[in-house]
Write a protein that binds this ligand. Sequence first.
Ligand SMILES: *Cc1c(COP(=O)(O)O)cnc(C)c1O
Length: 225
Amino acid sequence: MVPAIDRYQKLAQRLTAAARRYARSDDEVQLLAVSKRQSIDAIKRVAAYGQRKFGENYLQEAETKIAALATLGLEWHFIGQLQSNKTRAVATLFDWVHSVDRLKTAQRLNDQRPDLATRLNVCVEVNISGESGKGGVAVNEVPSFIDSLVSLPRLQVRGLMALPAPESDFERQRRSFRRLFEIFREIDYPAFDTLSMGTSNDFEAAIAEGATIVRIGTALFGPRE
Ligand SMILES: *Cc1c(COP(=O)(O)O)cnc(C)c1O
């Protein structure tokens, strides 16, 4: 088994190298450690290296982890499919939601965000590959969808997120991410500064095309349970 510190350092080197290669500054690309189906101990190890941002997909699993790790002051990002009966817990426990794709769930997150908390940061998930049966707002509906979100006072609309169809060819990976960047570039709101794209398989292509958050699980933690 590869020791966790080696994986973390190797990933950090790849992130820095990709940022250099594509003329991005080091602090422009943030790492979101995707910890779904990883243990609490594994998260503690990665947090001990200085990692603060963690991403979770499943609410029940996340609730246990967030409670167990409350003293570490971590920042939690919800990146999974969001069901409307789960919005209250998500609005309470998380700092960010990357997967907003329906107005109804956005309104619930807004209404249920606790008064004492800061605004909930949200990204709009875009169905960038046009896959049927997959979450995400259709490409041509993104601007009007965002217009309907910005009036929700307890949300801060931060940017766009996508998980393109799996693709091994680097240039094709770049093409999907470039489409998301083109949409992102056309949208002009205060604090609209986040492009959440790229996973273990394709984060270098995402960095080449302007990612500001890469969401990485297996390349950081090793295989999931
Ligand atoms: C699981 C997941 C990731 C991380 O995938 P890896 O291949 O483990 O890096 C990123 N984004 C989303 C939305 C995920 O569900």
